[in-house]
Write a protein that binds this ligand. Structure first.
Ligand code: NDP
Length: 257
């Protein structure tokens, strides 16, 4: 029944044109949610929108670079119009990877990764709060962050990226504590290596990483985007109504090896 459904709810998923975000959009929409998503590429977004329409999934799209404050504000304005001022689910998924020795990172690199991965999450959560609050009456409103196991484990070449992911894990706990009284649950999914452009990019830049990582990966394979999306969907459901402030690794056992 309703405990395992998202019927009637509305959701914003950032970075839904590809990879994990794309799978999250489809999962939430298939479970009955009305979803809005964004990315920086208008043509790709429109292509996605058409495919979703063909599948009878209710998804709207708009261009937004989440690293830019004014664009985040514009996204929320768009959302107020398209979703009628009601938001039950915010998924902060859009993220930027950067594989670079710590000694090589420039000020610009640092600022870009921080703005894209963590400042965007904090600010979008702030902006969404009034909308989530209006939905929280039904006890169904929730935020999910997509961090990474890099927020727990030290990986060479990923210092700044990993800092943002560690910060997302803590933002999850802080907001969960602050907003529990508002009826808003805040959780986080921390994926291990998932079969997307980000993973392919890391593998091409550093083929050795695959060999060294495989020995520490109990399940011996990359994860698929759907395997992350299902956990995100569960966290948003009434079935997860007593779960808040948690960071759940979806990593084939990498962090317990
Ligand atoms: P992809 O590169 O496959 O997809 C990223 C999505 O986010 C695209 O839709 C992209 O569209 C969008 N995006 C990127 N930057 C911005 C931006 N500044 N503003 C708006 N949209 C943006 O990445 P993944 O699906 O692999 O990654 C999704 C999340 O999962 C990230 O936060 C990543 O850190 C995390 N993650 C991924 C892992 C993996 O192995 N793949 C492992 C652990 C965590 P466009 O570029 O057109 O804007």
């Amino acid at each position: 029944e309703g405990r395992w459904s998202l019927a009637g709810s509305t959701a914003l998923v950032t970075g839904g044109s590809k990879g994990i975000g794309h799978a999250i959009v489809e999962e939430l929409a298939m479970l009955g949610a009305r979803v809005h998503t964004c990315s920086r590429n208008a043509a790709e977004l429109e292509e996605c929108r058409r495919r979703w329409e063909d599948k009878n999934l209710r998804v709207t799209v708009s261009v937004c670079d989440v690293s830019v404050r004014a664009e985040r504000e514009k996204l929320m304005d768009t959302l107020r119009q398209t979703l009628g001022g009601k938001l039950d689910i915010l998924v902060n998924n859009a993220g930027q990877s950067m594989v670079k020795a710590a000694t090589e990172c420039t000020g610009e690199d640092y600022a870009l990764v921080m703005a894209t991965n963590i400042e965007s999450c904090f600010h979008l959560a702030q902006l969404a709060h009034p909308l989530l609050l209006r939905s929280a009456g039904g006890g169904a409103s929730s935020v999910v962050h997509i961090s990474s196991i890099a927020g727990f484990v030290g990986f060479p070449g990923l210092a700044v990226y990993s800092m943002t992911k560690g910060a997302m894990n803590q933002l999850t706990r802080s907001l969960a504590a602050e907003w529990a009284g508002d009826g808003i649950r805040v959780n986080c999914v921390a994926p291990g290596g998932i079969n997307t452009d980000i993973a392919k990019d890391m593998i091409t830049r550093d083929p050795e990483i695959v060999k060294s990582q495989a020995t520490q990966l109990p399940m011996q394979r990359l994860g698929e985007t759907e395997e992350v999306a299902s956990v995100v969907a569960f966290l948003c459901m009434p079935a997860a109504s007593y779960i808040t402030g948690q960071v759940i690794c979806v990593d084939g056992g990498r962090t317990i090896a």
